[in-house]
Design a binder for this molecule. Sequence first.
Ligand code: KIV
Length: 294
Amino acid sequence: MSEQREALALPEVAAMKRAGTKIVMVTAYDHPSARLASEAGIDLILVGDSAGNNVLGYDTTVPVSMGEATMLTSAVARAKPRALVIGDMPFGSFQASDTEAVANAVSLVKAGADAVKLEGAGPMVSRVRAIVDAGIPVMGHLGLTPQTATMLGGMKAQGRTAIAARQLLHDARQLEAAGCFSLVLEAVPAQVAARVTRSLTIPTIGIGAGPSCDGQVLVWHDLLGINEGVTPRFVKRYADVAGETRRGLTAFAAEVRSGAYPAEEHAYKIAADELRAFEADLPAIPDAEVWRDW
Ligand code: KIV
């Protein structure tokens, strides 16, 4: 029988807001990362389209395809994490119509997602409603929405004027009314995020949105120090995985080149009589080889 999954339930996420318990979300894009996130007690795993620039080598999130998103989501889901798995809907997978949005959300759920996330409001509110009506929980995403960053004037903080902040609050209320179970607020002033958070009954998850959000999310490669370049101001590094990886790889290369690896404990044995029989009519290998008597 396959191992039973004890996943966090959606009502528990809602209850965390009411109880004032901070919700912790990270992105993850593969099976071992999802397992580690689960072991660390992370509440929500977002299989973000940030995979585009963090693991797939694209410059932005825009080129990520449904095929890629589905493959990454299924790898994460197979870890059977306690965390809820949220599949991010890539650019182009939900903009055209409600019907297409529902079909692509269904694909992510079939791949193992418990919920989906999509960016934007306005016409996207109808997409949210259609997906929720199809029985799939949706997380919204406002503020800096990287898929449409060009329209926003670049990868910049949003909601920094009274008009823009009012629009953000309006959009957040619309997404809540359309049935979102939670909302990511990316790169918005802390005061604006606090107001939005207080105005909604659903939890907000902030990334560069100050401490008043109901939860926080960071991108895996940023928080673990896999990305070493310039990062947005909201990124805090909690580990130096790039440094540790470089140290490990350099040591491996040095030991292979010096002959220190593999050592006797890394080798398989053959019984002496079997070895003698095997080598009986073969030319001798010079005795100087260290592994001769292993
Ligand atoms: O794709 C992603 O990683 C995201 C987070 C920044 C929320 O959307």
